[in-house]
Design a protein. Structure first.
Length: 219
C-alpha cells in the first residue's frame, strides 16, 4: 500500500484490510506518526495483522510485493501540507505530511503520477506531470469557496489543503501530454460529478476525465 497522507478518507481502508494478516505500508514518518498517535493504529490494526512500514524515497527504487519484484519502480514527491485534524498534538515533523508518487513500468517505460492530495504544486511535481503518461490528480473542489456557498463558515479549499480545479489544477493538466488525465478524490459538492454541467464540459474540452469505481486503463 502507498499512502499519500494521513487524512481519514485516505487511510480508513487500512482498517478494513486488517483481516488479511499482513499489511505492508509505504508512508512517510510524518504520516506514520499521525496514524500511530492520532488513531492508535498499532494497537487497533496490529491486533489483527502484522504491519510493516517502508519509508518511500525521493529516488526511484523497486516496488516490491514483500520480496517479490513487481516490475515497477517508484519514488515519492514532497508536497506542502500539514497533519490531519485528528492529531491533537503538535507534530514532530514539519514535512512529509503529503506526498505524490511517480511509478514507472520497467518493461514499457510508462509513467503514472498519483497526486491525490495537492495543496499547491512544486517544481518537482510539475516536472513529473510533464513526463507522465497518466496522471491521477486531486479533484476535491471545483472552486475555492465551494463549501462556504452551502455551509457558511466552512473552510475554504486552500484551508483544507486542496488546489481547486477551476483556477488551479485544470490549467496545468490541460497542457500536459499525458494520454490519461483523471481527477480522483472528488467531493460530493463538486459539480464535475454531474455529466451535464458546464464544469464537466470544461473538463471534456481539456481532455480530462472524472474517475469512477472500476475505471481502468493501460499504459
Amino acid at each position: 500500500m502507498l499512502l499519500t497522507n494521513a487524512d481519514l478518507d485516505h487511510v480508513l481502508g487500512l482498517i478494513l484490510l486488517r483481516e488479511g494478516g499482513r499489511l505492508e505500508i509505504r508512508a512517510t514518518t510524518a504520516v506514520r506518526e499521525s496514524l500511530e498517535i492520532g488513531l492508535n493504529f498499532h494497537h487497533v490494526v496490529g491486533a489483527f495483522a502484522e504491519v510493516s512500514w517502508i519509508e518511500p524515497g525521493a529516488q526511484f527504487s523497486p516496488l516490491l510485493d514483500g520480496t517479490e519484484p513487481t516490475g515497477l519502480r517508484y519514488r515519492s514527491i514532497a508536497l506542502p501540507g500539514g497533519p490531519p485534524r485528528y492529531l491533537r498534538q503538535p507534530s514532530q515533523f514539519p514535512d512529509g505530511h503529503s506526498i505524490a508518487y511517480e511509478i514507472r513500468d520497467e518493461r514499457t517505460g510508462g509513467r503514472l503520477l498519483v497526486a491525490s492530495d495537492v495543496a499547491a504544486t512544486t517544481p518537482d511535481l510539475e516536472s513529473a506531470m510533464d513526463e507522465a503518461d497518466a496522471i491521477l490528480f486531486d479533484g476535491t473542489f471545483w472552486s475555492p469557496e465551494e463549501l462556504r456557498a452551502i455551509q457558511p463558515g466552512a473552510r475554504s479549499a486552500a484551508e483544507m489543503g486542496h488546489l481547486p480545479v477551476s483556477e488551479g489544477s485544470l490549467p496545468l493538466l490541460r497542457t500536459r501530454r499525458a494520454q490519461r488525465k483523471i481527477y480522483v478524490h472528488i467531493n460530493n459538492t463538486n459539480p464535475i460529478l454531474h455529466p451535464d454541467s458546464s464544469e464537466r464540459a470544461a473538463l471534456d474540452a481539456a481532455g480530462v476525465l472524472v474517475g469512477s469505481d472500476g475505471f481502468s486503463f493501460e499504459l
